[in-house]
Design a protein around this ligand. Structure first.
Ligand code: TRP
Length: 320
């Protein structure tokens, strides 16, 4: 089978190292192997908040991050929800294929509702996994590189595709989630890495900001540095981060630091991160906001053509 890769991000702020090692590195590798679509999921921003916020600035930031890490617009179609009406229209027939009780069982939606700051659960929050099915199926995506939290959405997508095919004839392939095999990076405070918690190193952060964040990272008082994820999770997380940036084993780095303590560990991690991000940050500075906007316009046009074809096929299959 010829694969098509689709993945995406909500434009809610700059990407950080967790994104890089969790999925961006994987995408850069996959762009040479398969046709690939990368979605800037702008409509999805309003699932868990009332307003889209600084949406234009966030979209530009996301584009700059994508191109800085090496996504190549000659190989990858980068596009946004709000510019592809045909994609959004697929949501309507797809909603008819799932039951309300199936929607209400989705564990990721439940979790997001539990953590949402909104006063009420919107209809869009409830149905956004079906919108995500449209994201994946508009281009007949077969491989979906995502984090673990997104697996229920890929399941919904498979359900939608299977039911559509049963009811109206074979139109959609069943997509598969692809998960990175990298170790999970935690934030510098030991919690989930997240921009909003101030515990993440943005790819575009300056070297000084990076150093300041790592200086504040939690460690412990034992001067002998060891790699022990159970008992010393904060120290292990810094070693993991440095290891990823250096392409080395965290355990080896721990042995080298020996009894240098938290200070030596932080110095090594800061240098590792800044060295690793230096070329990415330099590329980012060379890009212009106008240039990346053009990339998006071209991607939007390509995605629109693809979505129009699929929508036509869907309407024909359904007899509209
Ligand atoms: N929900 C994803 C996230 O929050 C973003 C996303 C939207 C996505 N549509 C997608 C990911 C389709 C993969 C496939 O990170």
């Amino acid at each position: 089978m010829d694969h098509v890769v689709l993945t995406g991000d909500r434009p809610t702020g700059p990407l950080h190292l967790g994104h890089y090692f969790g999925s961006l590195a994987n995408r850069v590798r996959m762009q040479d192997e398969h046709p690939m679509y990368v979605l800037i999921a702008d409509y999805q921003v309003i699932t868990d908040r009332d307003r889209p916020g600084e949406i234009q600035a966030n979209i530009t930031d996301l584009l700059l991050d994508y191109l800085a890490v090496g996504l190549d617009p000659a190989k990858v179609t980068i596009f946004q929800h709000s510019a592809v009406p045909e994609l959004n229209q697929l949501m309507l027939p797809f909603l008819s294929l799932v039951s309300v009780s199936e929607l209400s069982r989705n564990p990721t939606v439940k979790d997001e509702i539990a953590h949402s700051s909104q006063a009420a659960v919107s209809g869009l929050m409830f149905t956004y996994p079906v919108h995500q099915a449209a994201d994946i199926l508009f281009c007949k995506g077969t491989l979906v590189p995502v984090g673990r939290d997104q697996l229920p959405h890929v399941e919904v997508t498979r359900l939608v595709a299977r039911r559509f095919n049963e009811r109206y004839g074979e139109v959609f392939p069943l997509p598969e989630a692809v998960m990175g095999e990298r170790p999970l990076l935690k934030g510098l405070d030991g919690g989930k890495m997240s921009k909003s918690r101030g515990n993440a190193i943005a790819l575009k952060a300056t070297e000084d900001e990076t150093a300041a964040l790592i200086r504040k990272a939690r460690t412990d008082t034992d001067r002998l540095i060891t790699f022990d994820e159970e008992r010393r999770p904060e120290v292990a997380n810094l070693l993991t981060l440095a290891g990823l940036c250096l392409g080395r084993k965290p355990r080896e780095l721990a042995d080298e630091i020996g009894d240098g303590g938290g200070l030596a560990l932080k110095r090594l991690t800061t240098d590792a991160v800044n060295d690793f991000l230096r070329p990415i940050r330099a590329r980012r500075r060379e890009l212009s906001a106008a240039g990346v906007r053009r990339v998006l316009e071209e991607g939007n046009a390509r995605a629109r053509e693809r979505a129009a074809d699929t929508l036509r096929e869907v309407r024909d299959a359904m007899g509209f």
